[in-house]
Design a protein around this ligand. Structure first.
Ligand code: ACO
Length: 365
């Protein structure tokens, strides 16, 4: 068969490129499950530590605990030497790369490596954020869970329980989402028998692109720009009339309400301490959905996870320039789980490409 007769799908759109038992993403019906458990139940009754264990091992461990690990001295040294202007995603990718070099993690990936890397990353990011502000990094408190520990290492004080719970919920909904670009990148890398740190560093590189992981900071920006709730409708209409997009709405896969947005919204609503931001977000969401339905009556554009992610991240007091890297902390669970799954039945991921260059010819004389 020649190249032109073979199936070609730009961007691998619609191509099934693997099998997974980790997450089922049902976009038509707005459902998401990790190993069969609905995301809403996992958020309501789980914790990030339990969810991460579930992804890595398939077991529901009721008393699972995952604390931030002390960042390696070498990683702190490297972070200290980075220019202060560097983005948090660049810093996190560099720290993960240093972790790989120092620990010498080798193929095949193990659950222990997955745990170690997932608990290293928040400490590294918190250390970077403090160094950037001219402050010393803080040692982790092993009694705290990952989300709470991350906030503690950023600020040096234990967060309000409401803030810790809201960020933990965010970590749960961000943990895994099928064959997105960064996860696929991780699987490609691990499929070559490379190590887990290289796979996760590559995944962070993919997530860094604004087409993948950049929306929550822009949601915050838009909510600021529109002013008060009374002014929101006029701002939204003007934005859509200019042909611009409302951030935090619409999704390539979900045609129904994004179940992660629903789960985060209910956590945020039940937590005191994030309510100021939430009140505005809820009021603006109703207006935005009504106006979007009017503008695009034939194309359902619903709230996506980034909308309530923004409300939670802003609510717990994170700087918007840390949003994408904080998402990456949560996704470490999924990336590393995919590394384990890929390694279990490994096939080198190496698709073909259609050649469209010149036919064979001789070099100019
Ligand atoms: N605001 C206004 N119009 C929109 C929006 C939006 N948020 N989303 C889609 N549309 C419109 C488009 O302008 C387009 O209109 P047109 O046909 O008149 O040109 C139509 O709907 C279809 O747009 P597509 O980009 O083809 O639709 P798709 O469903 O693939 O879009 C996407 C998905 C890219 C996420 C889009 O909804 C968007 O840009 N949203 C805003 C950015 C955002 O919130 N991103 C985070 C996504 S969630 C995540 O990544 C985890």
């Amino acid at each position: 068969m020649n190249d032109t007769e073979r199936t070609f799908s730009p961007g691998l759109k619609g191509v099934v490129a693997g099998e997974t038992a980790l997450a089922k993403v049902d976009g038509e019906n707005g459902r998401l499950q990790y190993r069969g458990y609905p995301i809403g139940e996992l958020v309501e009754r789980g914790s990030f530590a339990r969810v991460a264990e579930l992804l890595w091992t398939g077991e529901w461990v009721g008393d699972a605990h995952l604390a931030c690990a002390a960042p390696l001295d070498e990683a702190i040294e490297v972070l200290r030497r980075l220019p202060r202007s560097v983005s948090a995603m660049d810093a996190l990718r560099t720290a993960v790369s240093t972790w790989g070099a120092v620990t010498g993690s080798l193929w095949p990936p193990t659950v222990e490596q997955a745990r170690a890397l997932t608990s290293f990353a928040p400490s590294a990011l918190a250390a970077f954020a403090r160094l950037r502000d001219g402050l010393d990094p803080i040692e982790p408190d092993p009694s705290l869970g990952l989300a709470e520990g991350f906030l503690y290492q950023l600020r040096g004080e234990r967060p309000e329980p409401a803030a810790a719970r809201a960020l933990d919920a965010y970590f749960i909904v961000g943990a895994e989402h099928g064959f997105n670009a960064s996860t696929f990148a991780a699987r490609v890398i691990i499929s070559t028998h490379s190590d887990i740190a290289s796979a996760v560093a590559g995944a962070i590189g993919a997530l860094k692109g604004p087409w993948h992981g950049g929306a929550p900071a822009e949601v915050v920006d838009q909510l600021h720009q529109m002013g008060s709730v009374d002014q929101a409708e006029a701002w939204i209409r003007a934005t859509l009339q200019r042909g611009e997009r409302l951030m935090g709405f619409g999704h390539r896969v979900y045609r129904a309400y994004d179940p992660r947005a629903a789960a985060l919204r209910s956590v945020a609503e039940s937590q005191a301490g994030v309510t100021d931001w939430l009140d505005k977000a809820v009021a603006v969401e109703e207006i935005a959905l009504r106006v979007l339905a009017e503008f695009k009556p034939d194309y359902p554009i619903k709230t996506n996870v980034e909308y309530y992610a923004a409300a939670v991240l802003q609510g717990v007091g994170l700087a918007p320039n840390l949003f994408p890297a904080t998402f990456a902390l949560a996704r470490h669970a999924g990336w590393t789980a995919h590394c384990l799954e890929q390694a279990e039945a490994n096939v080198l991921i190496r698709p073909d490409v259609r050649y469209v260059g010149p036919a064979e010819r001789s070099l100019p004389a």
